[in-house]
Design a protein around this ligand. Structure first.
Ligand SMILES: [Mn+2]
Length: 316
């Protein structure tokens, strides 16, 4: 693993713990996956793809990388699923206490048991927004409660869990599932109000746990257990944007990137998804940076500001 890379190739001075507002913790763990292996290679593929992104976000007219992204040493504990979860829990909590915006990259979905536990202990009345093809509500699987199939069982008991995009589950999960707070993939097509209804059920503090298999395999084939009938790019972004605008998103994790060396497009999708989520989170702060640059140092205005100006001229 190459530890010297920065996310999106940002300058080193924006990638230090002191300077960065955003912390990125990788957990390259693949100990309990049951079908296609390789989620342990996801983070490296994500980082490599991110280096090829253009950093001006057209939709928000911002350059969120200026908030800085610090990549922590990876969580490598893998002696048992339980010990891995505890290591994730401790690490995530440590960075939350440093008042950073903490994001976590898997690895497979069992890592989220630790991330959710850390956020739930740190923020009152937490909603967990779970985007996934799978319900992941088993209390125990293959002899462990820290299996990927159990990723949000604890969240279902201890937080306000809202599940979106689900299209695969075991009958035993029906008794655990809170059906009013589940938005099945097949229902999203015919329901114009699902986004607003899901939002209305969220408390102020929201943690997002995003399993990449929530996306349709046509755009996200690089995942351990692809399921047909998933969400597409723009509907997912428009939902996420609403959540970031209307609630206090306290952090998020992205899991289950299982890269394919012969198809880089899914890696790029994830790099961009991460950037979009940060762009939504820091929308106001990013616009502020552009404004300050314009007033203090006109010769070094950012690309975002220049484009803002061009647009103003068009409006006249
Ligand atoms: Mn899944």
């Amino acid at each position: 693993m190459n530890l010297h890379k920065n996310y999106a190739g940002i300058p080193d001075d924006l990638a230090t713990l002191d300077q960065a507002n955003i912390v990125l913790i990788s957990v390259p763990y693949d100990g309990t996956s049951t079908w296609q292996k390789g989620a342990n290679n996801g983070f490296e593929a994500f980082l490599e793809a991110s280096e090829n992104m253009e950093l001006y976000d057209i939709e928000t007219e911002t350059e969120v990388y200026q908030q800085g992204v610090f990549i922590t040493p990876p969580v490598l504990e893998d002696r048992s699923p339980e010990q891995m979860v505890e290591a994730v829990h401790e690490t995530v909590k440590k960075y939350i206490q440093k008042k950073k915006f903490v994001t976590i990259f898997g690895g497979e979905h069992s890592i989220s048991i630790g991330t959710i536990r850390a956020f739930n202990e740190s923020f009152p009345n937490l909603t967990v927004l779970h985007l996934d093809a799978h319900a992941d509500l088993r209390k125990e699987y293959n002899g462990s409660s820290c299996n990927h199939a159990c990723a949000v069982f604890e969240a279902s008991q201890q937080t306000n869990l809202i599940q979106v995009g689900i299209r695969s589950m075991d009958a035993s999960e029906l008794t655990v599932m809170d059906h009013d707070k589940v938005y099945f993939a097949h229902e999203l097509l015919d329901d114009d109000y699902w986004m607003d209804n899901a939002l209305a059920q969220m408390t102020e503090n929201v943690f997002i746990s995003l399993d990449l298999d929530v996306f349709d395999p046509s755009i996200m084939p690089s995942t351990g257990t692809p399921e047909p009938g998933g969400m597409l790019w723009y509907e997912t972004l428009s939902f996420l944007k609403k959540v970031f605008e209307e609630r206090n998103v306290v952090g998020f994790d992205i899991v289950e990137l299982c890269p394919n060396a012969h198809n880089k497009a899914p890696d790029f999708l994830v790099a961009k998804l991460y950037y979009k989520m940060l762009s939504y989170k820091f929308l106001e702060a990013s616009k502020q940076i552009d404004f300050e640059e314009e007033s203090d140092a006109p010769s070094t205005v950012s690309r975002a500001t220049k484009i803002e100006k061009l647009k103003d001229q068009d409006d006249d």
